[in-house]
Design a protein around this ligand. Structure first.
Ligand SMILES: C[S@@+](CC[C@H](N)C(=O)[O-])C[C@H]1O[C@@H](n2cnc3c(N)ncnc32)[C@H](O)[C@@H]1O
Length: 493
């Protein structure tokens, strides 16, 4: 079998030789700004600005071709409108899907009718991917012309590994049980459909940017990836909205991120290559190729305890000892490579144990996570991805146990990390600041909470817009807190 990393390297070499032939194609459907589709050798089709676009606007909105609530949220979110903050009732026939109202159930019946029969017939709950593919096939039977939108999606068919194709073939057998005979397509087309869903599926996010499901949005699917994107994707129910997070110049490519921006360069490259089959050459990836730039996501902390600077993680070498010079305080940090490696491994194993217990035994989880945290905190820069994951897990567990002091400590550390790693305006940052504010409110620290809420609101208005649920929730919380402060002041005087 071909060696992946060699292939990746060869791909890179040949890509760098290729001239980026640009072919201008059509205008994309449904865009609200002047943009066009262009095709380049390296990225295929992509979307480019034909006018200057300011942040805080909307570039594109699209409803899904098909979308399903994912397995983790199937009993918590409505299978029709995707809300997840109301009481749900389940479909009495299949007991699988849930709805927030009778109206939503009626609206979804056209989609769910066959799915319902199939679920009862096969007597097991079809997983997310199967439900999505089945819904797409049912829609195809009703309108073959509309299905052209799916056929036009990038499939990367020839790039999938044999083992993945075998998994798709098994999934295709399950789909066969879930759809009618007249909805089936030839086996090869079924495999192509699975490849297309893998390369083009969007996570549908709730108001706090947590995934509730997966959807196919054929027009917006033309957006390519950057690890330093100029746009974000947010959702109002099922409606996808592309919004710029900074000014976009004429001719600039419009990009979104397909991956977690806290991931280290290595983690991002691995995910992007394994799922989307390309090597990213965005400005963030290029920036950290230079030896003088330290990536905060993978950095160690300077060994001068009063200095807060990141220093480079020593690359694996034959030497027993490595050193890094801090560019802020000038201190030379010396690392025993084997000891460092051992400690980080130990922390990873403690983190794993803690994460596994976090739902069933949060108190025990907290003990393991603390131990991981103590090791990592002494070695890693605060925006290092491993430390960020531990902060997240500690925040979740301590919130669950109502240990607000501790939850606040981790939420504040995470907020700091967002400011270092994320673009200035990003909905995830607004959510994180809002989390800090909520804990401050539980702790009755109203003034501090108001400062955080104002900051979260400023970011949310730009990244999500005034009508988005996140903006509304923050706004309401801010108004209530300000009113509470005013009442407190008037009763004191
Ligand atoms: C959702 S599609 C995006 C649209 C796609 N370029 C097309 O022509 O349909 C995802 C695929 O686009 C390509 N792609 C996206 N971002 C890229 C990037 N930054 N560099 C190279 N290829 C990219 C990869 O082939 C990836 O699997």
């Amino acid at each position: 079998m071909e060696n992946r990393s060699t292939k990746e390297f060869e791909d890179n070499k040949s890509q760098s030789k290729q001239a980026e032939a640009e072919i201008i194609l059509d205008e994309p459907k449904g865009a609200l700004k002047k943009v066009c589709i262009k095709k380049t050798e390296h990225k295929g089709r992509g979307i480019y600005a034909l006018e200057t676009i300011q942040r805080g606007t909307s570039i594109w909105q699209e409803l899904p071709f098909s979308a399903v609530v994912d397995d983790q949220n199937i009993s918590k979110a409505c299978s029709s409108c995707f809300v997840n903050d109301k009481r749900m009732f389940r479909c009495s026939k299949c007991s699988l899907v849930h709805y927030c109202s009778k109206q939503c159930q009626v609206d979804d019946w056209q989609n769910h009718q066959e799915e319902c029969k199939a679920t009862v017939k096969v007597q097991r709950n079809p997983p997310t991917f199967i439900r999505l593919a089945s819904r797409i096939l049912r829609k195809r039977r009703v309108d073959v012309t509309l299905f052209k939108q799916i056929e036009n999606l990038e499939s990367n068919y020839s790039k999938f590994q044999q083992s993945q194709m075998e998994t798709f073939a098994q999934l295709a057998m399950v789909v066969k049980e879930c759809v009618g005979k007249d909805e089936l397509i030839p086996a090869a087309d079924m495999l192509t459909l699975f490849c297309q869903l893998t390369s083009n599926g969007f996570s549908v996010l709730d108001a706090e940017m947590q995934s509730t499901g997966v959807g196919i949005y054929p027009n917006v699917s033309l957006l390519n990836h950057s690890c330093w994107p100029n746009c974000v994707v947010i959702f109002e129910g099922l409606k996808l909205n592309v919004r710029p997070i900074r000014k976009i110049e004429i001719g600039e490519e419009i990009t979104i991120s397909y991956t977690d921006l806290f991931f280290t360069g290595e983690e991002r490259r691995k995910e992007l290559y394994e799922r989307y089959f390309f090597t990213c050459r965005c400005e963030l990836c290029e920036k950290y190729k230079s030896v003088s730039e330290v990536d905060p996501r993978s950095a160690l902390r300077c060994s001068n305890t009063s200095c807060d600077n990141p220093v480079d993680q020593p690359s694996s070498s034959d030497k027993d000892e490595e050193y890094a010079v801090c560019c802020k305080c000038g201190k030379i940090s010396t690392f025993d490579v084997a000891v460092l490696d051992d400690n980080l491994k130990k922390a990873r194993s403690l983190f794993k144990k803690g994460s596994e217990l976090s739902t069933s035994e949060p108190e025990n989880a907290l003990t393991y996570l603390h131990q991981a945290f103590l090791i990592q905190q002494s070695l890693l820069y605060y925006a290092n991805h491993e430390l960020v994951m531990t902060h997240r897990a500690l925040f979740d567990c301590s919130s669950k146990l109502h240990k607000w002091d501790e939850a606040l400590q981790h939420a504040e550390c995470l907020e700091r990390a967002y400011h270092v790693v994320y673009p200035e305006y990003h909905p995830d940052t607004a959510v994180q600041i809002y989390r800090v504010a909520k804990i401050l409110l539980y702790m009755n620290q109203l003034e501090k909470a108001v400062t955080e809420l104002r900051y979260a609101l400023k970011i949310s208005e730009v990244t999500c817009g005034y009508r988005h649920k996140l903006t509304k929730v923050i706004e309401t919380s801010l108004k209530n807190s300000e009113a509470e402060i005013a009442i407190g002041q008037s009763t004191r005087s």
